[in-house]
Design a protein around this ligand. Structure first.
Ligand SMILES: [Ca+2]
Ligand SMILES: [Ca+2]
Length: 261
């Protein structure tokens, strides 16, 4: 009986790209933290936030959820909101963005949809730490969510071991967020120039990229495209992102499978 049960479980496990039952599949899409909370029109929501984000770069500067004192300006997710502050989006991440900070009340939601949270940074991919947001819907019980400092840019996958061989395969299509409704596949477009503000300068724009462990180290980012066999030099959490200078207006997702060889 026991052998029969084990065989049934194995048969039900999806096979990976080498035919082994050892695979993880994730979706790498819009760079926002997905709270899983659905808002309806007319809902009341309050958000109280705490925590610290290291904003990346060479100066070890940090921010709380209220952000710095100035408005962020051009190139940031919400130019009119405070730089590095906690922000949100309801449903459509291209249009329905809301400033939040450490203590916000939305009396009457005007649109319905999933609540996304993020950090108002022009280069969120190098951030560490995060904000803890306690979200209360219609005077219910607050739900706490940890919003990573990278604002959902990186999608975590399995932990990889140094010296082992892994294979990544990716399919799917994203809309890169501009007015022209242009799209990309995991291979990406032409290479981004190093000074254009893309997370991985020199690699194809809108292509699938990854890092292992500390995402504040830009020189550790690597291009994946639609297929990559790689052997990590160090052990750590494998994370995926899209090589975009403004990833927060993207829709759709790449489907990424990771297998240990
Ligand atoms: Ca940053
Ligand atoms: Ca974009």
């Amino acid at each position: 009986m026991r052998g029969g049960l084990a065989a049934a479980v194995l048969a039900a496990t999806p096979k990976n790209i080498f035919g082994h039952a050892d695979v993880q599949t994730i979706e790498v899409g819009p760079s926002w933290y997905n709270t899983g909370i659905e808002l309806k029109v007319g809902d009341k929501m309050s958000v109280k936030a705490s925590g610290i984000v290291d904003i990346g770069g060479m100066y070890d500067e940090v921010s709380g959820p209220d952000g710095w004192k100035e408005a962020a300006g051009d190139g940031y997710v919400m130019p009119e909101a405070k730089r590095y502050s906690l922000i949100g989006a309801i449903g459509n991440v291209k249009e329905n963005r809301i400033p939040l900070g450490s203590d916000a009340v939305l009396k009457n939601a005007e649109v319905a949809g999933r609540l996304y949270l993020g950090v108002n940074d022009h280069d969120p991919w190098n951030n560490k730490g995060g904000y803890v947001a306690a979200i209360t819907l219609n005077d219910g019980t607050p739900v706490k969510k940890f919003v990573p400092g990278h604002g959902g840019f990186w999608v975590p996958a399995l932990a990889v071991e140094a010296g082992k061989k892994y294979v990544i395969e990716a399919t799917g299509e994203i809309d890169i967020g501009g007015a022209k409704k242009e799209k990309s596949t995991p291979k990406g477009w032409d290479a981004a120039a190093k000074d254009q503000g893309y997370s991985l300068g020199g690699a194809p724009r809108y292509g699938l990229i990854a890092c292992v462990g500390d995402n504040s180290k830009l020189d550790q980012y690597f291009y994946v495209g639609d297929r990559l066999e790689f052997t990590p030099k160090s052990s750590g959490a494998l994370k995926f992102g899209v090589n975009d200078h403004c990833p927060w207006d993207n829709t759709g997702a790449y489907k990424v499978s990771i297998a240990k060889k």
